[in-house]
Ligand binder design. Structure first.
Ligand code: PLP
Length: 302
């Protein structure tokens, strides 16, 4: 996992020197904001996928916490590109974080110093290539009336961790959360899509983290199949009407779902599934785009 450098507050420092004090505001109250970004091997060396959009979301998340990042978006983008170059790694993950630092222990972080750090490392694929089994846990997704859902604020992930602990021993690979009004929301780290009779559906932005992979997949369905993905509220009782389902997320890309809470969802014959399902087709298209085998999306690579 270890790479030579971490970028911290404007400097490249050794990986082992990137330490923080116990009395760090965000460590106590979950007020950090962060991003997950991936870089891929291409014929032109490692390229970072949708870096600009990820850094825009980092700044948006910080603004939701009234945190003023003491660098511009461009400075963070350039630092990230340089860090990947220095990492010596062809393909991996990037984790920028911004947080309220040492010395201020009131809940209200005003006057706490804002620290920024970026790490990059090689990592295994987050989920398997094979279709996964998913459970709907009893815990509900956090509610937009209580916290900004479109921000990657670390405290939001306590909800995700509790859901993951709930399914830990049940033989499931992942979990799919309902919102507080019992509609399908998302996996705590991924957005979800469903297919039925050549139409594609995804939950509305109400109770999900929007943007990057979801937005990429919506555009690719339009460009490659002329399909307008329908953003709608999905009742869990409708689930069994769908022919296919898949999760999308920067870290895990496109991951097919095989069963939801023990019910078999995929209605395409297993033998032809690889060839005939939209899930497999869009997975392959996404893979070509991020690795720059499809030359139409150069704007998305840095
Ligand atoms: C709660 C949540 N939903 C969805 C996603 C997928 O977002 P993206 O496609 O931007 O990685 C993430 C990823 O970070 C997430 O944390």
């Amino acid at each position: 996992m270890k790479t030579p450098y971490i970028w911290k507050n404007g400097e490249f420092i050794a990986w082992d020197d990137a330490l923080d004090h116990n009395i760090t505001h965000s460590l106590h109250y979950g007020s950090w904001v962060f991003e997950w970004i991936r870089f891929y091997p291409t014929e032109d060396g490692p390229k970072i996928f949708r870096l600009k959009e990820h850094i825009q979301r980092l700044f948006y998340s910080a603004s939701c916490m009234q945190m003023e990042i003491p660098f511009t978006e461009e400075e963070i983008i350039n630092a990230t590109i340089e860090l990947v170059e220095k990492s010596g790694v062809e393909s991996g993950y990037i984790r920028p974080i911004a947080y309220f630092g040492y010395g201020k222990m009131w809940l209200n972080p005003t006057w706490a110093p804002v620290e920024v750090a970026i790490s990059a490392w090689a990592w295994w694929k987050y989920l398997s290539e094979d279709p996964i089994n998913v459970k709907i846990p009893s815990i509900r997704r956090i509610d937009p009336q209580t916290i900004p859902m479109g921000a990657k604020i670390c405290g939001n992930y306590a909800n995700s961790i509790l859901a993951s602990l709930e399914i830990k021993n049940g033989g499931y690979d992942e979990w799919l959360l309902l919102d507080t009004q019992w509609f399908i929301a998302e996996w705590p780290g991924e957005n979800v899509f469903f297919v039925r009779w050549k139409k594609v559906y995804t939950p509305t932005l109400w109770t999900i983290l929007p943007w990057i992979t979801r937005n990429t997949i919506i555009k690719l369905f339009k460009d490659k199949f002329d399909i307008d993905v329908k953003e709608t509220r999905i009742n869990p009782k409708q689930l069994w009407d769908f022919d296919e389902a898949f999760f999308v997320w920067t870290a895990a890309e496109v991951t097919p779902i095989w069963t939801i809470t023990d019910e078999f969802l995929n209605k395409i014959e297993y033998d032809s599934w690889d060839k005939n399902s939209y899930t497999q087709k869009i997975k392959k298209i996404y893979d070509d785009v991020v690795k720059w085998k499809d030359k139409d999306y150069l704007d998305w690579l840095a």
